[in-house]
Ligand binder design. Structure first.
Ligand SMILES: Nc1ncnc2c1ncn2[C@@H]1O[C@H](COP(=O)(O)OP(=O)(O)OP(=O)(O)O)[C@@H](O)[C@H]1O
Ligand SMILES: [Mg+2]
Length: 258
């Protein structure tokens, strides 16, 4: 009989020694990172640390110069955003890419509309999309008064909610959020942190880029710290202090040892 240990979470995404150079600029250098289902990994680091580059690589926007990416244990070539989405990785970029003049349903299905058969002129099936929209919004408890209001009229938290729900339409295993709470007020920030908890409860792997250390402490099971393109530290929830994070991000520890 084996002794009960902590439940093993499934590994979804694994980066091994991933490097990326832009000309002479070292954006990422031999970075290892893993993401398990049912956990939130925060990716932190100063400006220029390489966070966006890493996200672009796992979103299929940029390809690494060297290194390996595995999705659910299998080597994956994420050559395009479509390839990344097909591998089950969806990203919500900071600009959210919502169309202000379109309503929530139109935004949720932008580029992934349900269309009828060719003989009907491939008319978009609005009622099917509305039903699915209701389901996805409800799964994250995103509350909208109306599905037909142009999204320009919605709050920042609701817009973030729609952008996250759009990523969920294809039921991805891994969801990456770039600065999801930046530019939000206190209560809306709380709403978005709740959304992140629900993604984790759904068993997804969640990667959150954030500059807000309060958010990171609240939401992250694990924190990966990048500095000048390298991974310099990794902390588990509860196993670090705010000053541990700051020293890792700025390299303060090392400079005092010089
Ligand atoms: N397309 C590019 N061409 C040239 N250099 C780039 C390009 N993209 C990123 N870099 C450089 O790579 C490094 C890492 O940039 P990256 O955008 O990944 O950092 P970041 O951690 O996301 O920073 P921030 O917090 O400011 O968003 C920086 O030195 C940046 O100038
Ligand atoms: Mg960035």
């Amino acid at each position: 009989m084996t002794v009960d240990s902590e439940p093993q979470l499934p590994i979804l995404l694994e980066l091994t020694k991933v490097s990326k150079y832009f000309g002479g600029v070292r954006a990422l250098h031999e970075v290892d990172m893993s993401v398990y289902g049912g956990e939130v990994v925060a990716l932190v680091g100063d400006n220029g640390a390489g966070k966006s580059t890493l996200v672009k690589i796992v979103s299929g926007v940029e390809s690494p110069d060297t290194g390996e990416i595995r999705v659910r244990g299998e080597t994956a070539r994420l050559e395009s955003p479509r390839a990344a989405a097909e591998a089950g990785i969806r990203t919500v970029f900071q600009d959210l890419s919502l169309c202000d003049n379109l309503d929530a349903v139109q935004n949720l299905f932008l580029g992934q509309e349900h269309c009828g058969p060719v003989w009907s002129g491939r008319r978009v099936r609005r009622h099917l999309m509305e039903e699915q929209a209701q389901r996805v919004l409800a799964s994250l408890s995103v509350k909208l008064r109306s599905l037909t209001t142009p999204v320009v009229a919605l709050s920042g938290g609701q817009r973030q909610g729609i952008a996250i729900c759009r990523a969920l339409i294809s039921d991805p295993a891994v969801v990456i959020l770039d600065e999801p709470t930046a530019a939000l007020g206190v209560s809306q920030r709380g709403e978005v942190l709740d959304l992140i908890h629900r993604l984790r409860e759904q068993g997804r792997g969640v990667v959150v880029i954030s500059h807000d250390m309060k958010d990171v402490r609240q939401v992250a099971d694990r924190v990966v710290v990048l500095r000048l393109g390298s991974k310099v530290a990794e902390f588990r929830r509860g196993a670090y202090t705010p000053s541990d994070l700051v020293s890792a991000m700025t390299g303060a520890d090392e400079s005092t040892n010089d």
